[in-house]
Design a protein around this ligand. Structure first.
Ligand code: MRU
Length: 368
């Protein structure tokens, strides 16, 4: 995707020194465009934890690059496994992280020499990025007809799409997950307008989704998190599309906290609700989302303080009584019954075991 006319992805190796990983540091957006260097496993783990890199597919890619940096830093398999455990524990909900770190480990274990491990880890991290990019591109292709159909039904009037959090290119390597079909529709001349949920407490909607839609010229409006239901009641939302941090084999979807409430409101108002994600966000070991998906609890300070920009300086201010308790669950689970369909790199399916396995038939032996 382009930033001020220049092509960017969200993570890459530094061209002058490939032992350094570079990222767009999302903590500074939309106020400043900062590229940060990650030089060690600790740097990567901290970048994931603090959400300098965030969004399920990008967290996975960062984890794979973290394993690569670990092969540079460590001398034994024991240390490598410790580094992998540190990376995997950086954030618990997005399954992409353990998926990517475990795959990276599998690639390097057979290599005997340190150089061999370094080479294998680096090439895996780069391969994973290409894979994820392609998956997101395909999500766009499979999601496009859904938007096209609504546009045709509305006689080419604007299609109003509500999204929660940031599931755009910033959350992946490129293209985005939930936003991939939106970008493609816009590029194909379909009139779209995006309702951008602010997404308290970290405001990924108003800070990141709005920024990237603006960069791409997609019409959008930021709304308070709790406004979506009102818009739906008045016929101002044609569809909802969100990403996923972990989807179970039954089609339950964990995504940014507040997603579930949007799904309930959409269900009540007969508005189609889609979750779009690559297969790296499917947890093949879990059936039932509510009891089984680990839900991250973040620092209560994220609720009691808000960050903004004043005179070019990013500042935090207190917005609640300092002494009050605050509870910060970062994700919630939307049960499959409230989801119209899942959009993946293999196509669109019903949010149930049959639909998912029909797209990922190679899993049938293990899962069916
Ligand atoms: O806490 P975040 O910002 O990492 O949460 C991100 C989301 O909830 C996204 O919707 C999800 O990762 C899917 S993104 C492609």
């Amino acid at each position: 995707m382009k930033v001020n006319g220049k092509n960017y992805e969200t993570i890459w190796l530094k061209p002058e020194d490939e032992r350094i990983v570079q990222i767009i540091d999302q903590q500074f957006l939309p106020f400043k465009f900062v590229i940060a260097d990650l030089c060690s496993v600790d740097d990567v783990s901290e970048a994931i934890r603090s959400m300098s890199v965030r969004g399920a597919p990008l967290i996975g890619a960062a984890g794979a690059f973290g394993v690569y940096l670990a092969t540079i830093q460590t001398t034994s398999d024991h240390e490598l496994i410790k580094a992998a455990d540190l990376l995997k524990s950086s954030r618990p909900t997005a399954v992409n992280l353990s998926y990517a770190v475990d795959r990276a480990l599998n690639e390097i274990v057979p290599e005997k020499s340190r150089e061999g491990k370094m080479r294998a880890a680096k090439s895996f991290a780069l391969k994973l990025c290409e894979e994820e990019k392609e998956y997101c591109r395909m999500i766009g292709e499979f999601g496009l007809p859904v938007i096209k159909e609504i546009s045709m039904r509305k006689k080419e009037a604007v299609v109003n799409i509500l999204t929660h959090c940031n599931a755009g290119w910033l959350a992946s390597i490129d293209y985005g997950t939930a936003l991939a079909p939106v970008y493609l529709a816009h590029d194909n001349g379909i009139k779209v307008h995006v309702w951008v949920d602010e997404t308290r407490p970290r405001n990924q909607g108003s800070r990141l989704t709005a920024w990237e839609l603006l960069q791409h010229g997609v019409p959008h409006t930021i709304i308070a998190d709790n406004c979506g239901g009102h818009l739906m009641q008045r016929g101002l939302v044609d569809m909802v599309i969100v990403g996923s941090d972990r989807t179970t084999t039954n089609g339950d979807v964990a995504n940014k906290t507040g997603t579930y409430l949007k799904a309930l409101a959409a269900f009540h108002n007969n508005i189609p609700f889609y979750a779009a994600f690559p297969s790296s966000s499917i947890d093949w070991n879990i059936n039932d989302g509510i009891p089984e998906i680990p839900i991250e609890q973040r620092d209560s300070g994220e609720l009691k303080y808000i960050e903004g920009c004043k005179n070019g300086k990013i500042e935090k201010v207190l917005i609640a009584p300092e002494q009050s308790q605050a509870l910060n669950y970062a994700f919630d689970v939307t049960p499959s019954q409230f989801i119209t369909a899942l959009i993946t790199e293999r196509g669109i399916c019903k949010p149930d075991k049959h639909g998912i396995l029909n797209l990922f038939r190679e899993r049938i032996k293990n899962e069916g």
